[in-house]
Write a protein that binds this ligand. Structure first.
Ligand SMILES: O=C(NCc1ccc(CNCc2ncc[nH]2)cc1)c1csc2nc[nH]c(=O)c12
Length: 231
């Protein structure tokens, strides 16, 4: 899967996307992350990529020309145009279901805004979908793009050590995770639940499900509600 990111800060991506799971996925060719610097496409003599907003208002807006020209350059030789996602505070909030859907794509272009946003005509011309990562205000679309790349990449075949590790994972089966324990079995008198040391797999699976349901009901009644409806 190829992610091409249109950003003003390509170095951030190169630093982060080389690490850990996504980094390994890139090494073994499952994922490719190509950060493209929008500024390289500016025709302005000072390489400007933003300008003052019409109608007043604080802050600056990203201009059309560099972004559209970067997009044209990335897609000029492609017979099928890849899906373009604009990381935006006004977008649909990213969920595990959306990540699953996106993991089926072969090639995605992620557009990262900065300043107060981007000229609306960019959205009209090249954007297929706007995605937010949550209802809080960040300084730009770079971190949201990396969050999307991380959660989509984990779903690709061969990225995670064991496929079932994500299928059990919370948010995947619609419930929160059961409590996790590792050695020692007794830490300063605080013991691991007996059931987990019993080796009785059927009972252990039952206990994990009960714990997931109980925790979801307590911590995320909204998820619990949705889960009950899907039953
Ligand atoms: O680009 C992002 N944020 C930068 C940012 C934050 C606030 C504003 C709005 N400015 C006010 C306004 N509107 C109209 C005129 N003036 C614009 C851009 C972002 C991408 S995905 C995401 N997901 C969660 N949170 C986020 O911030 C993001």
């Amino acid at each position: 899967m190829k992610f091409e990111v249109l950003t003003l800060f390509p170095d951030i991506f190169n630093a982060v996307m080389r690490e850990s799971i996504v980094g390994r996925a890139q090494e073994n060719g499952i994922v490719e992350v190509n950060a493209v610097n929008i500024r390289d496409y500016s025709k302005d003599k000072h390489r400007k990529v933003d300008d003052y907003p019409f109608g007043g208002g604080t802050g600056m807006v990203m201009t059309c020309q560099p972004v559209i020209d970067a997009y044209e350059d990335l897609t000029k030789d492609l017979e099928t145009k890849p899906r373009v996602i604009y990381m935006s505070p006004q977008g649909r909030v990213l969920t595990q279901d959306m990540a699953k859907e996106l993991s089926e794509e072969k090639h995605l272009i992620l557009l990262c805004g900065h300043y107060e946003g981007i000229d609306e005509r960019i959205i009209e011309e090249i954007v297929d979908e706007e995605i937010s990562i949550g209802d809080y205000v960040l300084t730009g679309g770079e971190l949201p793009a990396m969050v999307l790349i991380d959660c989509v990449s984990r779903l690709l075949q061969g990225v995670l050590a064991s496929e079932d590790s994500y299928s059990e994972e919370s948010h995947f089966n619609g419930l929160l995770e059961y409590p996790q324990y590792t050695r020692p079995a007794d830490y300063k008198g605080n013991k691991v639940p007996e059931i987990l040391l019993s080796g009785h797999h059927a009972n252990i699976e039952k206990w994990k499900m009960e714990q997931s349901l109980e925790r979801t009901k307590l911590k995320r009644p909204d998820m619990y509600e949705a889960y009950q409806k899907k039953l």
